[in-house]
Design a protein around this ligand. Sequence first.
Ligand code: FES
Length: 116
Amino acid sequence: FFFTRVKVTFVLNDGKRLETVANVGDTLLDVVVNNDLNIEGFGACEGTVTCSTCHVILKPEDFERLPEEASDEERDMLELAYSLTETSRLGCQITLTKELDDLEVKVPEAINDACS
Ligand code: FES
């Protein structure tokens, strides 16, 4: 199999940058899990859109190039996210495409886990 790989960087609240190489077709949640990234509380519902712990903030230009808009489900969950921005999405709902190479996302400070 040949997988197209893309670079994805997670920027944490303390400014720490976690650089990863991910497969096209993975979600940002997959990337966090597969790389064992130490982001506290991220992805509590394992991608079932019932939490907002995978909240990420994109740069406006990246937000524009996402292939899919947020579903109603995702929007509802985002409403509950802490420090919501105009370019916020749920990481488990972003699937990487090769156009998204060099994606950089911010992981907001506080995670408001709507599951608990
Ligand atoms: Fe819970 Fe994404 S992991 S909504």
